[in-house]
Ligand binder design. Structure first.
Ligand SMILES: [Mg+2]
Length: 208
């Protein structure tokens, strides 16, 4: 009985029409080694990179932002889709879903990433919010902006991501959350409505 209720809950979430994705490690295979990036920027280990940069005075922060952009641009060359990414996005498009990306990367790099994954055409530029466009996750503001744009409410929305910030963002906004975790550890069950290992697995459970 419990399983049936859970299954019904999941199905109701999966039929929602408004989908917001994290980008790196969610639609792509993970290429960011954040501890290496922290080291390159002089950010103490365990500290949020964007939060740390935001805490610095501008003259100190700007060169670090430039360096971070350079690192992320370099990583573009290694971008590969996670298994099932293209098929999942195509399936959601066929169902008439609205889709957006909310990333702590820059919008410019996000656009180039989506193009290199082969799904750029499904995400209008105004539906890609980077770190310059909305307060960084886990702030829910980015999701609220999608709500305004799509004339919907968080209760009609799904946030999909691979990290705790993505899940917190969904929870903070009142949206459903889907955790994509290749290791299937699912470390944040209290923040997760549905857990899958890949976009491919998500596609498999998507109601027709
Ligand atoms: Mg991510």
């Amino acid at each position: 009985m419990k399983n049936r209720t859970l299954a019904g809950h999941a199905e109701a979430i999966l039929t929602r029409k408004h989908w917001v994705f994290d980008l790196d490690g969610t639609l792509t295979l993970p290429v960011h080694d954040f501890s290496v990036i922290r080291q390159a920027l002089g950010v103490p280990q365990g500290i949020d990179i964007l939060g740390y940069l935001a805490s610095l005075p501008d003259p100190e922060a700007q060169p670090l932002h430039d360096k971070l952009n350079a690192i992320e641009t370099e990583l573009l060359e290694q971008i590969e889709p996670a298994p099932g990414t293209v098929q999942l996005i195509e399936a959601l498009q066929r169902r008439g879903s609205r889709m957006g990306v909310l990333t702590r990367n820059t919008r410019d790099i996000a656009i180039r990433t989506l193009d290199s994954l082969g799904v750029g055409g499904y995400f209008p530029e105004e539906c890609i919010l980077g770190r310059g466009d909305a307060p960084p996750k886990p702030d829910p503001e980015g999701l609220f902006r999608f709500c305004v744009r799509w004339r919907t409410v968080p209760a009609e929305m799904v946030m999909v991501g691979d990290y705790v910030f993505d899940l917190q963002t969904g929870r903070n906004a009142g949206a459903a959350t889907i955790h994509i975790d290749r290791t299937r550890s699912f470390l944040w069950p209290e923040l997760t409505d549905i857990g899958v290992s890949t976009p491919e697995e998500l596609l498999q459970i998507l109601p027709a």
